[in-house]
Design a binder for this molecule. Sequence first.
Ligand code: GLN
Length: 533
Amino acid sequence: MHYVAITGGVISGLGKGTITSSLAHLLVNSGLQVSALKIDPYLNYDAGTMNPYQHGEVFVLDDGSEVDLDLGNYERFIDRNLSGDNNITTGKVYREVIEKERRGEYLGNTVQIIPHITNEIKKRIRKVALQDKDDVLLIEVGGTVGDIESMPFLEALREMKREEPDSTFLFCHVTMIPEIGQSMEQKTKPTQHSVSALRSIGIQPDIIFARSKNPLSIESRKKISLFTDVPEEGIISINDVPNVYFLPHIMHEQGLAGYVVQRLGLSNGSFKDMWTGIRNNLSAPRDEVTIALVGKYTELTDAYFSHKEAFTHVTGMTGVKTAIKWVNSDLLKSSTEMLEGVHGVLIPGGFGYRGVEGKVVAARYARENKVPFLGICMGFQVAVIEFARNVLGLKGANSSEFDNSTADPVIDLLPEQEGVSDKGGTMRLGSRKVIIEDGTEAMSIYGQKEIFERHRHRFEVNPKYIKRLTESGMKFSGKDEEGIRMEILELNDRHNFIASQYHAEFKSRPLKPAYLYMHLVMNATKYKRGERN
Ligand code: GLN
């Protein structure tokens, strides 16, 4: 087994997750079996209860784990489904250790950070490495060196390097190279400080990812090498790129894959670049559409990270670029002006009542003006509420999530959610089978009867209203295996109005863009040309 740990220095937000994902991509496409693991040094057990405003979107895996959005990056860059074990948090580690202590498993010993917490960390990392017999496991440590929270993790990794056979464990450090003054001179001092902080806890990096605006100069590279003892081949320039999907290419041009493989003593084929076509389309799109993304977290667009990625995947595959118009749903309550001129409307997932009425306005606007529409999760539920209010005439129709005493709860709690009070990890989560009905728009999109998609919800279409909704022109073209849960809706007289209870965005990959996003963008191009259906 081989390990590559990636730590961060200087400041956060340097793109450590993308760098880790890109390295993983290089190794996978050099013929190795690679997995990636994220360490989040916070006390939350998982990302499920975290506000997207603080941490960006909560990503959902097939097994139902609610994880950091970096796991989404790993999946997209290595095209592989990961599990909840690939996200280690302080919360998970401490919970396990405390439970063991309560069971008396430490036999009367004093339980301490070293060795009990560090041993638990190492055990979890090795478990992930061994379960799939991967060639290389990448371990990304959240935060920056010097954070109190990440100390036990860095100590565990230091110990692991000692314990594993020689040349099977590499440390990478991501730092920042500021460019200052008129001449934009590259400054290596923050990197020197950051590496000495790392060395003071016993970690010598083998590779440095130097994040800068412009490519690293020969001089900067030499200087970093001199002060950090990292050979020049191990210093990789991570300069600004038009899009994250260009990063593996930039790294490859600097010989990174070969260097890592050689340092780890592995043998592999040469790197096969699968993304040339994608890069071409991203850098020179042949068409562009504007899609309104109507949500309540529009000031922090990372809250909708996977949606943005899904649109990028569509561009990479088709050459049609999506300009996302971020529309704060609260603003739609008074006027639909923000939606005028857009070629499509996307209402993504969400929780809580704030912003919902504006989303209802957006769904109505798309339905009445025949603007291509995609609703995801809460967007699906909003489409049902809007239709019930304005087509069925049930003026007070609502979800019982927003109004417990509504006369018409067209969206209601899933029966198995009755009595559930814990918020963490208790929704209907993860991959579930969806059965698609023949002769529907959904069937023409997916072309197969059974699909698996990821879920994250507590509420659903209330079965009591299905007959009435159906009779008035709403078709439920996808259902769960028992046929009792509505999964996809469309309108009888429309090709371009569709919504899913599941999160199609989570499984979108560069070479396999999510079908519903492809459908939305293709319909948006038609709409732009004046074809309305
Ligand atoms: N709040 C809704 C529910 O729990 C929708 C969830 C979502 O959009 N992810 O069912």
